[in-house]
Design a protein around this ligand. Sequence first.
Ligand SMILES: [Zn+2]
Length: 322
Amino acid sequence: LTKKDLVVGIDLGGTKFRACLADTAGSVLRRESWPTEAEQGPQAVMARLREAVREIAAGEGLERVAGIGFGAPGPLDPWQGIIIQPPNLPGWDRVPLREEMQRDLGVPVYVGNDANLAALGELFFGAGRGLHNIVYFTVSTGVGGGVIVDDRLLLGSTGLAAELGHMVVDASGPLCNCGNSGCLEVLASGTAIAREARAGIRKGVSTLITSLVQGEDDEVDALVVEKAARQGDPFAAKLMETAARYMGIGIVNALHIFDPEMVIIGGGVSQAGDLLFRPMLAEVKRRAMKAYWEKVSIVPAGLGDDSGLMGALALAISETRR
Ligand SMILES: [Zn+2]
């Protein structure tokens, strides 16, 4: 009998997916990334996912793989492994990812929301190692989250839990993609920072941002704003600070609800470092009850861009151990 001592983790995104093969302690043996080509629809993407699993396990043999963990964009049903209708996977409508992959590969498949799994990744292998209660925020084009309560990933009654990006942080704020207004995502994401930058430029604000993108409005993104802020541009610095303060408000809400030991901030925008963290922490201190902020650490993700991929591995490892 072949020993099943390996696991596969896959992080499925709208533009690319990444896969890795690891042992059940989480040591990565091989990793690779492929374009998703989401516009080809779910059947084509799933065929490529299966191919990727076979390819990445080819050296050791698929028969040694005990389980495959999938991080996918929500909303999804983590128990059935059904992808419900994610905005960045066009044409995916209640796609039974788990069933389809399992049937073809003959290996148990586990599916989780990518931001939720990033929290699990940080708990198993990243900044949250050894802790029991953590709140994870990912801040990139959107804002997502995952919550670990007493060592367990919080899923909720229908598996949709921990949409931290859609907590309201300004009741009179702008309209969000979700239909609500004033959500954390619409005020603190990279998209929000870029939107405010473009709005200011259109109003004629004088800023370094315009020279950094040579007047190309559609090249304005959070990274350019961050760069301008670093070069001392007051308008860009103010934009970063405003987004960071909203993040601070989001964190305060999370502290009061979940009482975590640690709050972990991942995603592209978290790489702005002090530009994000300083005003964010100041806002937390200003608003949270002392008993909550005094003992909590608020830190950048330990795994950087890999939280989600390592989380998919963590899911496969924890599920196959059961
Ligand atoms: Zn929203």
